[in-house]
Design a protein around this ligand. Structure first.
Ligand SMILES: Nc1ncnc2c1ncn2[C@@H]1O[C@H](COP(=O)(O)OP(=O)(O)O)[C@@H](O)[C@H]1O
Ligand SMILES: [Mg+2]
Length: 188
């Protein structure tokens, strides 16, 4: 007989710890499920679209790190396809995390250039600049995930140390063919 099913005086009290443990497990299960769903599709992305999601991601990081932000984001949040949007959001997360950990930056530039054929993201910091040796390490550590995500969508990923200072990343991927996607005006 399991402890939760025990009856009789004295033993009845044990039901409570067992029930609260069960509830605790349930809570943990729900929290885990939320985290998994959040990992697959960040809520802010699903609810507000890529432009707002990038803005809020950068705003939060800027607040924590004392950065000044420069945005070059389109006004209208054209749908770019779920997989591409998630990939770009993850790239931005990793890049901003790296900037916070290593760059000692004061300004961060985030751009989502509009292009009829490709979806691109550019993030630059004005920090100490990635070291040439570290550029090789980007094939092994956190940035490797970015490379994989991007190449899985036939995209390009470039990271470079700016000539004066700072680090910049550029990602671009071919647009997904979506039936519902309106023609994008390259001059917009
Ligand atoms: N914005 C940056 N400024 C300076 N150095 C950086 C920047 N981004 C990454 N790096 C360097 O490149 C290395 C590789 O980055 P990454 O692949 O994300 O690995 P990790 O963050 O796990 O160390 C980092 O360890 C760090 O030394
Ligand atoms: Mg990293």
């Amino acid at each position: 007989m399991s402890p939760g099913c025990e009856t009789g005086s004295g033993k009845a009290n044990r039901r409570w710890p067992t029930s609260s443990r069960a509830l605790g497990n349930l809570d943990q299960g729900i929290a885990l499920k939320r985290r998994i769903i959040e990992d697959m599709r960040p809520t802010v992305l699903a609810n507000f679209g890529l432009v707002t999601a990038l803005r809020s991601l950068a705003d939060d990081a800027a607040q924590r790190n004392g950065w000044t932000l420069e945005f070059q984001l389109p006004d209208d949040d054209v749908k770019r396809g779920e997989a591409i949007e998630i990939a770009l959001f993850r790239v931005a997360q990793e890049t901003l995390t790296n900037a916070a950990k290593y760059a000692q930056a004061s300004r961060i530039h985030v751009a989502l250039p509009l292009d009829a054929a490709r979806v691109s993201l550019h993030i630059a910091d004005d920090g100490i600049g990635i070291q040439p040796g570290d550029l090789e390490r980007t094939h092994r550590h956190g940035l490797v995930g970015i490379r994989q995500r991007v190449s899985a969508r036939s995209g390009r990923f470039e990271i470079e140390r700016a000539i004066s200072h700072g680090t910049s990343i550029r990602v671009s991927m071919p647009r997904e063919r979506l039936n519902a996607l309106p023609e994008v005006n390259a001059n917009a």
